[in-house]
Design a protein. Structure first.
Length: 238
């Protein structure tokens, strides 16, 4: 099942291989990390394993809550078997608290709570550096269909609710996160990963950043932060 076939794609943090089953891919999570559009490069020891294990745990939880994902099973410490997806070129970001690019763009201090969750779309394009787009751009460029855009938003908000609730007893605040969706045999599934690489997690009591911002901003304690997030979440997931 987990036999590696041809390497289909190598990204910054993952490799995707074919398997002997045409409907299944194998995703290998790497320790490599990049930031600022690839300008900053590094290694976060143990990250591949933590992101694979944490993503698996969160995908299982989302499936239980009725959200269809590409996850099939873990086949190694950092190897995940997934349903083969044709990833749609739209990144879906959900925000609960201002941080990162939203803080910069709208002049909001990091940590400013947003009155309602904000959903944003970005065009996945390395050459264009992932510009922000809206639903009209998605339609005009035919990046996804109108029903898919509605689903992006509905599912992103549902995922936000499930994850926010799940993280509460772990003492973690879900500040924002990024999702990718793809098509598998005509069905829209959540793909990619859910990890400290793609989410901002803050400690509820101290506000300490426990995610990739520690790497992006040279805050130190990067490995410890990833390990702490995994330990805390795995403890509260039944
Ligand atoms: N994000 C991501 N991949 C990207 C861009 C953003 O996973 O290519 C995540 C990021 O980790 C954060 C959220 O999406 O949790 C919002 O990121 P933001 O737009 O603030 O960008 P940043 O300031 O991180 O560049």
């Amino acid at each position: 099942m987990g036999m590696r076939g041809e390497l289909l794609y190598e990204g910054k943090a993952k490799r995707v291989y074919r398997t002997e089953h045409p409907d299944l891919y194998l995703v290998e999570f790497k320790d490599d990390a990049t930031a600022f559009d690839g300008l900053k490069k590094g290694v976060i020891a143990g990250k591949g394993e933590i992101n694979a294990q944490l993503s698996a745990l969160l995908f299982r939880k989302l499936e239980k809550e009725g959200i269809a994902t590409h996850f099939v099973e873990l086949v190694g410490p950092r190897e995940m078997l997934v349903k083969a997806l044709k990833i749609l070129p739209v990144e879906v970001v959900v925000r609960n608290i201002a941080a990162g690019s939203l803080s910069r763009r709208l002049g909001l201090a990091e940590g400013t709570p947003l009155r309602t969750p904000v959903v944003e779309f970005y065009y996945k394009s390395d050459e264009l550096h992932d510009p922000m787009i809206n639903e009209d751009h998605i339609a005009a460029l035919d990046l996804a269909g109108p029903d898919e855009v509605k689903e992006f938003k509905a599912r992103a908000l549902k995922i936000n609710e499930v994850l926010t609730r799940l993280l509460e007893p772990a003492g973690l605040v879900l500040v924002d996160f990024k999702l990718e969706f793809g098509l598998h045999r005509g069905r829209l599934l959540l793909g990619d990963e859910i990890s400290p690489d793609t989410c901002r997690f803050w400690d509820r009591d101290t506000g300490e950043k426990l995610d990739k911002d520690r790497f992006r901003r040279d805050l130190g304690g990067v490995e410890e932060a990833y390990a702490s997030v995994y330990e805390r979440i795995s403890k509260v997931v039944g």
